[in-house]
Structures are given as structure tokens and as C-alpha cells.
Design a protein. Structure first.
Lengths: 525, 303
């Protein structure tokens, strides 16, 4: 007698959990509490099967150019002042270009000094006729790079956002087409991929009171930025002004990772790790300005402005700002994937139908059903009742895989379905291995119960080794892959692990139950 | 039911033929890779980008009917998107930047001829870039190399280094040979085909481990029994012993792939084609490539 009770219960529990997790994906009117139990996880259908959103976004490259030029302007000004070449006041930023005037323009030595500096540090700029601007060829290149940079960052964010599989492509000169399946979570996704996410650290000007400046004059070198807070009880948005020094102390470019943490007041915060260069810079800033208030600014919104209590030298900082969990999560993703090189604007927003016509979808599903029936039929034809047991494992496989994909919130596309069908074809392999071993044992004249036992034992390591090697490939694909390859790796690894379980545990328990019940004189195999 | 009983084929003796055949396929595979790097290979719109045009029809329109109009005119790799609430369809297809205008006009004319009662108007027509990042191709290559190393390490740990090396060579052979077939048939490299190649890599590996596992088992039994080891014979016996399993498993997979090929429609056609050949190549190479290579690598060891 072999104890089967625990295994039967285990399988029953898995089957129950699987049905429980799949139903919200299939039946849209599932009650809310049900969805909440499984964390609102749901399988999505891809662009090809159900359509989605078709967005055209314009990359505002001119703004990027202007900002780049302004940044270079600050650099050049610092250079002029630090090397005593001239007065910084004679260098100004007007009409989107850098203009030299006064003594700076008259002094030939100063002009050649600046030219030299540009040659070494800002190759893409040129100085002629008292004006510093982009070289035409470099300007075109910079614009091009801003768009492709924006696309890369967007793809990065999408990869981190989960398994939705959108398509992002460049259109024309400065447009980006984003196709995203489903419409449910689109608002959030659009917000996320379109967010510039430029993080800067600036000082709060504590010398001047904000009240006196808000209607009067803003002190030179200062600006007013707002902290926007949403009160979830009163549902009101409040804006609080801050007087901020314009100079950027540090940007978010040095962030190596960002993730959501919970602080001791049980509120979500975003923990940020800086790379070594950033850590050094941040250490210097916090040492120099201990006791002052440091404003953390994201896209011109003040997230928070804490007082620097002590120098932060380790390169780890946290951003708290009364976030909700979802806000904190989105901020972390945006910071991790880097800032968009230029702001983007949605210029076209359409809902589109499935990219595959109804006929293609119909064909795909028909092929899947026929393929499955063929395999099920073949197994019964070749292995008789044992084949039926293998078919049971096969159906279990599909069920578990669907459940896992639902829980992961995966996006199902037609190729994805084809992939699942293929795992069906492969999933019987383990049972074929076992059955062939059992047949060998029977041929050697072993009693049935022992033949079954030996068959499973001898096949065990073959199955384990072949699954582990396949799993290694899948894990490597997941780790190094991006976009669709990553999604494929998830499905593949889930399929392999589930298959390992169903073939080794799922079918064995049936054989054991049968041989417990009665003396086996004949095995239908 | 049994298809095969007690076979005694001498597989290893046939290695001369299989090595020649495989060398040819692998060379074609390398040609395909070089062509991909050089940008002359047939690559799908996902990787190259192309032309995107939006057409507004006067009345209701279905994607299927537009596809039917474009396919016979030679526009094979088209992606169609229908905008909801309007009678607009976005047509994306591969086009060379040089003859953009001529190409646009040709598509326009083809569609107009097909829908005389429902005349379309071109709203806009522009070039679109690839929807797959440059990173994807690079990442896929890195992933394949790293996984080959990881597999050698795992099989070395579980079996022996020579087994690991032979499996890795077999795997590399399968991927290259499949690309070779894709080159010979001039099939387009699309995201789906890449997925098929990766799937085949997983399948082929499983298949090799199963064969090697039996060789390992028989090797152990023989080493205990006899002093002289006839490795070729052991490998032959092992392959024959697992032959039924090899045939049955390939058959079930092929049943599925064939139904995708014949019933899955135009979209899954190339995917199923790549899978079908991949499965055949993977099964063939476990027997005729990876096993003989294992014998060659082991020859000095068991002399």
C-alpha cells in the first residue's frame, strides 16, 4: 500500500486554486471580493486578439534642444567665471541661444578661450558672430537621438511595468506610435510611459519668505515651484508653493536602482540607490548644506523638501511624499528606467480593434483544438488506459499554466496560444519516457506494481535533468532578454515547472490509487 | 500498440553522411547570420520598420477583406489595425524608403480597385521605425551564448564535461541548421520565427539529455561488468533503446505543429514551418550529430 491521501489533497487544492484564479479572466462579471482575493490578477488578451489603444505621441525635441543648450550655458558660464576669463553677466541665454556681449565679446583672448573650451567639452556647439549654438549637423543628430532615446526609455518602463506587450515604434521624424493591448489599465500605463520623470535636487531658499515673494518680486536666481497634494479624505487637491533656488545641485541620472519600501509610520516611500559617482556628489551636497532644506523635484513638482539632518555618504536616500502604494510604485519604475530626454505630448488617441481579423483568430483556435485532440487521441491509441492517465496530466498542465498566467497578469497573444499548445505536445514527453520504461520492465518479466515503481524511478533523473536544462535556458532568456523574449521566457519556465510536477506526481498518484484498490494482473499500457 | 521493437540500427556508422549534411545546413545558417548583420537578410517589419498609412473608408470595412485584397497583389507581410468608431484602417507594411511614394501609390491603387463601392481616402502615410528595439537582437544573442555556457556547466556537473560539450555543440548546430533552412527557403525573420527558434532550442536540449542519460546509464552498467568498453556499441544500443520514445515524442509534437501549419491560418504559417523543421532537426541531431560527437570526444578516454 502506498499512501496517496496527501498527494490527492495537494492536487485537488491546486486544481481548486487554478479554477479560482482563472474564472475572473474568463467571466467578466466575477464579484469584486473574488477578484480581490487573487490580487485583481487577470490574463489580458494581446493587441492581435482584442485590440487596444493606438497612440501617437510627439516628442518635443525643440524643448529638449533648448534645455540642453541651457544646461551647456550654465557650464560655459561657470567656466568663464572660474577661469576669470570675463564677467558671467556678459554671457546670456536669449531666444534659445547663448549670446556673448560687452567685454566678453570684445576680448579676443576670451573668445578664443571659449572656442577652445567648446572644442574640448562641448563638441556639438560652435561660436560664431558672438553667438553660441549647435552645429547644424549635430543639431539634427541630437534631435534624432532624443527621439530614439525616448523610445528606449519607454520600452524600459514597459518592460518593468509587467507583462503587457505593447508595440512602440518611431513614426516620421519626431513621432512615436504606441500600441497597447486592452483599455482597462491604459490610463495608468500612458501616464507612466509619457512621464518625463526628470528628477532634480535643488535648495529651498530659506532667506526669503515665500509669502512676501508670491505676489511681489521673485529674488534673482529663484523660482516658485509647487507641491501638489491630494487629500484622499476630502478629495481636494492642494497646492503649496516653495521658493526654490534655480541651480540644479544634482540630477536623477546617477540613480542605479529605486524601489518601494515601507517606513516606520507604515507609509510607502521610494528608496533610491546612487552609483558611486552620484553617491560622492550627493555626499558633498549634503555635507555642504547640512541644516538646509533640499527640495526633491520631479518634472517641476516638488515631491518633498526635507531638512538635511546629517551628511548622507552611503549613496542611499529615500523619498517620502505621502504616496499611495501605486504612486510610489510608479515613481520607482520611472526613476529606475531613467528620464525621457524630451517631454512627449499625445497628439492622437484611438481605440483600435484586434490586429488579426476574426478569421485569423478563428483559424488559430481551431488549430489549437485540433492539435490537442490529436495528441489526446494518439496517447490513448498508443498507450490505452495509461494514455488516458497521461491525458489527464496534459489537461492538468493546461489548467495550471492558464492559472499561473492569470496570476502573473500575462498578456495572451495568438503566438502565445500557439506556444501553450506546443507545451502540450511536449508535455506528454515525460509520460512517454515513463511508459516506455514501464514497458521495458514488463518485458523483463517484472510484476506490474514493481514495473510501475521502477519505471518512475528510472525515468526520474532523466526527466529532472532534461527539465532543469530547459529551465536554465528559460531563466537565461528571462534574465538577458527584453520585451517579447522576456514574456516568452516566463511562459516557458512556468510550463516547464508545472510539467515537472504533473508528470512526476500527477500521474503516479493515479497508478498508486489503482494498485492500492485491487491486485493488478494486467496493465493497460 | 508498438511501432518499433528491438531495433539494432548502427546509427554511429552513418555519421559521415550526417556530418556532411549538417555542415551544409550550418554553413547556410552562418550565411543567414552574416546576412542579418549586413542587413541583407529577409527581416520582418518588427525589426526593420516600414510604411504606415491610414485609410478612411466610406462605409463599414473589415480587416479580413482588406487583407484579402492586398495578399494576391504581393503585399504579404502587412499588419492591419482597425480604428474603433470609424471606418479607418491603418496599414503597416515593409517598404524601402527610396520608393516610398511609388509604394504608397501602389497600395492605394490596389485597395481602391478592390473596394470600388467603398472608396477609401488616404489620411496619412509615413515611415515608421522598428517596433523591436536594437537591444532585443543583442540580448537574444547574449542569452543564447550564456545559456550554452550554463548548460555545459550543468551537464558537466550531472554527467561529464564531454557530455556537456557535445550537447552544447548539438544545440548550436540545431539553431544554426534551422537558420540555414530559413535561409534556403528565404523565409522572413519575424518575432514569431525568433520565438520558434528559441522554442526549438529548448526542445532539442531536452531530447539530447534524454539520449545522453541512457548512454550514461548503460556506460555505468558496462564499466562494472567488463574491462573493455566498446563506446560506439554502447551509444548505438542506447539510441536504439530510447528510439521508441524519440519517435513517439516527436510524433506528438509534430501532430500539434502540423495542425498549426495546415489549420492555423496565414499568420501562424511561418511559425509552424520553423517549428516543424526545428523539431525534425533537433531529433535528428540528438542521434546523428550530438551522439557521434560525444563518441569522438570520448574516444581517447575509453581506449
Amino acid at each position: 500500500m502506498k499512501p496517496v491521501k496527501t498527494r490527492v489533497i495537494l492536487i485537488a487544492v491546486f486544481i481548486f486554486i487554478s479554477f479560482f484564479s482563472i474564472i475572473p479572466s474568463i467571466y467578466p462579471n466575477t464579484p469584486g471580493w473574488w477578484k480581490a482575493v487573487i490580487g485583481n490578477a487577470e490574463m489580458h488578451l494581446g493587441l492581435d486578439l482584442q485590440g487596444g489603444v493606438y497612440l501617437v505621441e510627439k516628442v518635443e525635441v525643440d524643448k529638449a534642444v533648448k534645455e540642453k543648450l541651457y544646461k551647456d550655458y550654465s557650464d560655459i558660464r561657470t567656466f568663464i567665471e572660474s577661469k576669470n576669463i570675463g564677467s558671467g553677466k556678459d554671457l546670456s541665454f536669449e531666444n534659445d541661444r547663448i549670446v556673448l556681449s560687452g567685454n566678453l565679446l570684445k576680448n579676443k583672448q576670451a573668445v578664443s578661450g571659449i572656442k577652445n573650451y567648446l572644442k574640448n567639452h562641448h563638441v556639438s556647439l560652435q561660436l560664431s558672430g558672438g553667438i553660441i549654438n549647435f552645429k547644424p549637423s549635430d543639431l539634427a543628430q541630437y534631435k534624432k537621438e532624443s527621439v530614439s532615446g525616448a523610445i528606449e526609455v519607454m520600452r524600459n518602463r514597459i518592460d518593468q511595468f509587467g507583462l503587457v506587450s505593447p508595440k512602440i515604434a518611431r513614426q516620421g521624424k519626431d513621432l512615436i506610435v504606441v500600441e497597447m493591448p486592452g483599455v482597462k489599465n491604459v490610463k495608468q500605463a500612458v501616464k507612466l510611459i509619457g512621464k518625463t520623470a526628470r528628477l532634480t535636487f535643488k535648495l529651498v531658499d530659506d532667506k526669503h519668505g515665500i509669502a512676501e515673494t508670491i505676489n511681489g518680486e521673485i529674488p534673482k536666481g529663484d523660482e516658485i515651484l509647487y507641491h501638489t497634494a491630494f487629500n484622499k479624505f476630502t478629495h481636494k487637491t492642494t497646492k503649496r508653493p516653495y521658493l526654490i533656488k534655480k541651480a540644479v545641485l544634482m540630477s536623477g541620472a546617477y540613480i542605479s536602482s529605486a524601489n518601494v519600501q515601507i517606513n516606520r509610520y507604515n507609509q510607502p516611500i521610494v528608496g533610491v540607490s546612487l552609483n558611486s559617482r552620484g553617491a560622492k556628489q550627493f555626499g558633498n551636497i549634503t555635507t555642504k548644506y547640512t541644516g538646509k532644506r533640499l527640495a526633491i523635484i520631479l518634472d517641476n513638482n516638488v515631491i518633498s523638501a526635507p531638512v538635511i539632518e546629517e551628511p548622507i555618504l552611503g549613496g542611499n536616500a529615500s523619498i517620502s511624499g505621502r504616496f499611495t502604494m501605486a504612486q510610489a510604485n510608479n515613481l520607482a519604475i520611472a526613476l529606475r528606467s531613467g528620464a525621457l530626454p524630451a517631454p512627449v505630448k499625445i497628439i492622437q488617441n484611438n481605440t483600435v480593434g484586434p490586429t488579426l481579423g476574426a478569421d485569423s483568430i478563428h483559424d488559430g483556435i481551431l488549430a489549437a483544438v485540433v492539435g490537442t485532440i490529436l495528441v489526446i487521441g494518439f496517447m490513448i491509441f498508443y498507450y490505452k488506459l495509461s494514455g488516458l492517465i497521461a491525458d489527464f496530466a496534459l489537461i492538468e498542465n493546461v489548467l495550471f499554466l492558464m492559472a499561473a498566467l492569470s496570476l502573473f497578469g500575462a498578456t495572451l497573444t495568438l503566438p502565445g496560444i500557439a506556444g501553450i499548445i506546443l507545451t502540450i505536445g511536449m508535455s506528454v514527453d515525460s509520460n512517454v519516457l515513463i511508459f516506455e520504461r514501464i514497458r521495458e520492465e514488463l518485458r523483463d518479466g517484472k510484476p506490474i506494481v514493481i514495473a510501475i515503481e521502477n519505471g518512475y524511478n528510472k525515468a526520474f533523473f532523466t526527466i529532472l535533468d532534461s527539465h532543469v536544462t530547459a529551465l536554465i535556458t528559460a531563466a537565461v532568456l528571462f534574465y538577458f532578454g527584453s520585451g517579447p523574449v522576456k514574456g516568452f521566457a516566463v511562459t516557458l519556465s512556468l510550463g516547464i515547472m508545472i510539467n515537472l510536477f504533473t508528470s512526476l506526481v500527477g500521474t503516479k498518484v493515479i497508478f498508486d490509487t489503482i494498485s492500492n484498490k485491487k491486485e493488478l494482473n494486467k496493465l493497460s499500457i | 500498440m508498438e511501432f518499433i521493437k528491438n531495433t539494432h540500427y548502427n546509427f554511429i556508422a552513418k555519421r559521415k553522411y550526417s556530418f556532411v549534411l549538417s555542415s551544409i545546413l550550418v554553413i547556410f545558417g552562418l550565411v543567414e547570420i552574416i546576412a542579418m548583420i549586413a542587413g541583407t537578410a529577409k527581416i520582418g517589419i518588427d525589426f526593420t520598420g516600414g510604411l504606415s498609412m491610414e485609410m478612411a473608408f466610406k462605409h463599414k470595412i473589415s480587416i479580413a477583406s482588406v487583407r484579402k485584397a492586398l495578399m494576391p497583389a504581393g503585399f504579404k507581410d502587412v499588419k492591419l489595425v482597425k480604428i474603433k468608431g470609424k471606418n479607418d484602417i491603418i496599414i503597416q507594411t515593409k517598404a524601402v524608403a527610396k520608393d516610398l511614394n511609388a509604394y504608397t501609390a501602389k497600395i492605394k491603387q490596389t485597395v481602391k480597385n478592390a473596394f470600388k463601392k467603398n472608396p477609401p481616402k488616404v489620411i496619412n502615410s509615413e515611415m515608421i521605425g522598428p517596433s523591436v528595439g536594437k537591444r532585443l537582437s543583442r540580448d537574444a544573442v547574449i542569452a543564447v551564448i550564456v545559456s550554452i555556457i550554463a548548460i555545459i556547466l550543468y551537464i558537466t556537473w550531472r554527467f561529464e564535461f564531454r557530455f556537456g560539450l557535445a550537447a552544447a555543440i548539438g544545440l548550436a548546430h540545431d539553431v544554426l541548421a534551422l537558420l540555414g533552412v530559413i535561409f534556403i527557403f528565404q523565409k522572413e525573420i519575424t518575432l514569431l520565427v525568433i520565438t520558434a527558434v528559441l522554442t526549438v532550442a529548448g526542445y532539442s536540449l531536452t531530447d539530447k539529455v534524454v539520449v545522453f542519460d541512457r548512454i550514461r546509464e548503460n556506460l555505468k552498467i558496462e564499466t562494472e561488468k567488463a574491462k573493455h568498453i566498446d563506446l560506439k556499441n554502447i551509444v548505438n544500443v542506447s539510441i536504439n533503446e530510447v528510439l521508441t520514445r524519440t519517435v513517439v515524442t516527436s510524433l506528438t509534437v509534430i501532430l500539434v505543429v502540423l495542425s498549426l501549419f495546415f489549420l492555423g491560418g496565414i499568420v501562424l504559417h511561418d511559425f509552424a514551418f520553423a517549428l516543424l523543421l526545428g523539431v525534425l532537426i533537433g531529433t535528428y541531431s540528438s542521434i546523428f550529430i550530438a551522439s557521434p560527437i560525444m563518441v569522438i570526444l570520448n574516444e581517447n578516454h575509453y581506449k
